[in-house]
Design a protein around this ligand. Structure first.
Ligand code: GLY
Length: 258
């Protein structure tokens, strides 16, 4: 990192931080500069390979709600991470309105903030927003009008699993412009296919990125949502299509949660 200034100016200063072991958790929240309303906690799978191996990607799949996030942990995340960030930004004269994404590490039941993003997460949003019962526009209006404290946000009592289909070679180099076959023709209540790296040509829809599609299924249990997501993606094909076949394995390998 330091030799030959590989990262230019960004590599001129190095900060050493404590290495945190634990499990990653994403909690996004709506914020209006004062009030913070967390969304359903989610977990994504960042590595390209089965069993969380290989290089990091933009996210190979996600599930929500994440059972790791007990009510007590969610309370701590709100009180120790999200609310202090929003209150602190207002205090320094830079109030934050919008979606605040907290990337957390959970160690011994304690949340540590790894990063904040001022946006929705990808692919976490593909499992969180389908569970939202309240109209998103009503929430956004409450955010911009600074009256989040006056609305109640409701969630469906379901689970969601999203599996990302990527191009061959991703996260390295990959081809684009490959026709995608087998996309569902009818909308469905329980499956949503999100387009990420696609483009519409005259004849068909083509790949146009590394992370091409996100297939989300909703069901009463994570196990059933996982099975439905894999069943829904099976007919969708393009040359070199890749996906991880173990999305949500962390939950399903814990026999106490299904
Ligand atoms: N899933 C990681 C991110 O959206 O930054």
């Amino acid at each position: 990192m330091l030799d030959d200034q590989r990262f230019g100016e960004a590599g001129a200063r190095v900060v050493l931080e404590e290495f945190l072991e634990g499990e990653e958790l994403t909690v996004m929240a709506f914020a209006d500069g004062r009030t913070v309303i967390p969304m359903i906690p989610a977990q994504d799978h960042k590595r390209i390979g089965e069993g969380d191996t290989g290089p990091n990607t933009g996210g190979m799949g996600a599930y929500a709600p994440a059972p790791l996030a007990s009510p007590e942990l969610q309370r701590r995340i709100l009180e120790e991470v999200l609310q202090p960030a929003v209150t602190g930004l207002s205090r320094v004269g830079s109030p934050f309105y919008g979606v605040l994404y907290a990337g957390l590490m959970v160690k011994d039941g304690k949340p540590y903030a790894l990063e904040f993003n001022a946006r929705f997460g990808d692919p976490e949003t593909q499992v969180v927003l389908p569970l939202l019962q309240t109209d998103l526009l009503d929430i956004i209006e409450a955010v911009v009008e600074h009256r989040l404290d006056q609305i109640k946000i409701a969630w469906h009592d379901q689970t969601a699993v999203c599996v990302v289909l990527t191009s061959e070679g991703y996260p390295g180099s990959y081809k684009t412009g490959l026709p995608i076959a087998g996309l569902p023709e009818q909308p469905s209540e329980s499956v949503v296919v999100f387009h990420a790296g696609t483009i519409q040509s005259e004849q068909s829809i083509l790949t146009n990125g590394g992370r091409v599609l996100g297939v989300t299924a909703l069901a009463d249990t994570i196990k059933s949502a996982q099975a439905q997501a894999y069943a829904a993606l099976a007919p969708i094909n393009f040359q070199g299509r890749y996906y991880r076949s173990d999305i949500a394995h962390r939950v399903l390998s814990d026999s106490s949660i299904h």
